[in-house]
Design a protein around this ligand. Structure first.
Ligand code: SF4
Length: 316
């Protein structure tokens, strides 16, 4: 039977960012250095495949530090942690390695610097996301106000409208965040903030590639996890850019083939925590049903790399 033709647009850049790459290497190096088990507080990055792979090598994933024994190393995930977490680990004399992405740490430092200058912080982010919890947790409870939408800005109760600064989660939608920043600046003209926002290069570049690809694609698949903020944003960006069927898939088995019936073109991208092996799995599944021609849609080149900290002294 002849396969129907399919033009496959492959977004570039896509998939792993420098922060995710570094965090995974930290767990692998810790396992090599100290042997199993090494504990990891929260999924090191939001991807089941990555987590399962590290678990098979001896990593134990927990949600809270209380679940870790004192005498095994613990790693904090790429999303960052509230200050209370390393403080509790130090108190228990635990060996810990912080795999927080340096671009998230930069936001932590920004928030602290503003607070030291007497400013109250407004964080633009998603309630309950570990990165938001981590950034808000750099300052005492109640000090950082969270806004998720422009509507939240209207009801914000601040100490002094003249003494405010904002920071953002790194994995937000660039366009939605611009709207929230505009609402903040309209209501609080003196508010200080980063030049644009704190959305990282990887999030921005992946969204730009989707904007270029989506208008020409009959459908789009985003390889990523349902708890991955930047992957979910890519789906939204795809829909808004004109590709109504933009769908998140974790693996090839998640593809809804009936929904793809009759398409002639398909865009593929991957969230910053999705490994390329899963993109290839999806492409192979498409090749088994379609006569695929691959076209790369490249909107940026990335050469960011973060140094992996030396993983370090032996436990006492
Ligand atoms: S998405 Fe951005 S902030 Fe998050 S780990 Fe990757 S580079 Fe760092």
């Amino acid at each position: 039977m002849t396969k129907p033709p399919l033009t496959l647009y492959l977004a570039a850049p896509r998939g792993f960012c420098a922060g995710v790459d570094r965090a995974i290497k930290i767990v692998e190096m810790a396992l090599q250095k100290w042997g199993a088990p090494v504990y990891v507080r929260h999924e090191i990055v939001h991807n089941k495949y990555v987590v399962d792979d590290l678990r098979a090598k001896g990593a134990v994933f927990v949600e809270e530090l209380d679940e870790c024994p004192d005498d095994r190393p613990v790693i904090f995930s790429a999303h960052g942690v509230p200050k209370s977490v390393p403080a509790a680990a130090a108190e228990r004399q635990m060996l810990y390695v912080d795999a927080t992405c340096p671009l998230v740490s930069k936001v932590h430092i920004e928030a602290e610097r503003h607070a030291d200058a007497g400013l109250q912080i407004v964080m633009i982010g998603h309630a309950g996301h570990p990165e938001t919890i981590g950034t808000m947790g750099q300052l005492p409870e109640g000090e950082v106000l969270l806004v998720e939408t422009p509507a939240d800005v209207a009801t914000l109760n601040v100490r002094d409208p003249g003494k405010l600064a904002f920071v953002t989660q790194t994995t937000l939608s660039v366009d939605d965040t611009a709207d929230i920043v505009a609402a903040l600046q309209a209501r609080f003209p003196a508010i200080r903030g980063p030049h644009k926002e704190d959305i990282c290069y990887a999030t921005t570049n992946r969204q730009e590639a989707v904007k270029a690809m989506a208008p020409n694609a009959d459908a789009m698949l985003v390889v990523g996890a349902p708890n991955s903020s930047n992957s979910k944003r890519l789906v939204e960006v795809g829909r808004r850019a004109g590709c109504a069927y933009s769908q998140l898939v974790q693996r090839a088995t998640d593809i809804d083939w009936r929904a793809l019936d009759g398409i002639r073109s398909l865009g593929i991208t991957a969230g910053a925590s999705a490994p390329e092996i899963l993109v290839n799995e999806v492409i192979d599944a498409l090749k088994s049903r379609y006569d695929v021609t691959v076209e790369t849609i490249e909107t940026a080149t990335e050469n960011v790399e973060f140094k992996v900290p030396r993983v370090m002294r032996q436990p006492a």
